[in-house]
Design a protein around this ligand. Structure first.
Ligand SMILES: [Fe+2]
Length: 208
């Protein structure tokens, strides 16, 4: 006898996106920072972060928002936009604190393998990708989860537009395709933790 099993969805994951205002201005600023970092590296005086995994690309230091005013301004604009957006969407919107903020630049054949950031929210600004297209993949492997037999349904592909910003749950696994072009690809990433106001009353263990 075959027993009928019912399935109901519980929570559904999302990612959000918006277009960066004054994109050309910010793109130029980030291009300049990357150019300076490349030159500094020639003279062994760079802020480049040489940790090479899981993102097989060049990176500035994790606290780049404290080192470059333009990076701080971009981070601040993104944090404000995310804060307003999630509040309008009905989420308990915390004060977003940037834990890490850095620039990635991908030269030919560099990519990011599957990883996650272990934060409340992560954001990526696709600053220079027009001539070095980037495929961004979300993976169904951020926690213990069943995997579908059809591998494609464990992956959600996003083809971002230059100038767009995406943000998503910071525990969401993701990866980025290799840069197959000769042009440098530049993105900026931010990890946010959340600080809740004193009026926020989270559910406690009491009574369970
Ligand atoms: Fe990442």
């Amino acid at each position: 006898m075959e027993i009928k099993v019912n399935k109901q969805d519980i929570f559904v994951d999302s990612f959000w996106s918006f277009m960066m205002p004054d994109h050309q201005h910010w793109k130029k600023q980030l291009e300049n920072i990357v150019m300076v970092e490349k030159n500094k590296d020639i003279h062994n005086f760079s802020n480049e972060n040489k940790e090479n995994k899981p993102v097989q690309a060049h990176k500035t230091s994790w606290d780049s928002h404290h080192r470059y005013p333009a990076v701080f301004n971009i981070m601040d604009l993104i944090a404000t936009t995310i804060g307003q957006s999630i509040e309008q969407d009905g989420w308990e919107a915390p004060q977003l604190n940037p834990m890490n903020c850095w620039i990635n630049w991908y030269e030919k054949n560099q990519y990011a393998q599957t990883h996650n950031h272990f934060n409340l929210l992560s954001a990526v600004y696709f600053a220079k990708i027009e001539k070095s297209p980037s495929k961004f993949f979300f993976h169904r492997e951020d926690r213990f989860r069943l995997q579908k037999k059809n591998e494609d349904s464990n992956i959600k592909l996003l083809i971002p537009k230059e100038g767009s910003v995406i943000f998503f749950n910071g525990c969401q696994a993701h990866s980025v395709s290799a840069n197959t072009s000769d042009e440098t690809r530049i993105t900026l990433a931010i990890n946010f933790n959340g600080e809740y106001s004193s009026e926020f009353k989270p559910i406690t263990q009491k009574g369970y």
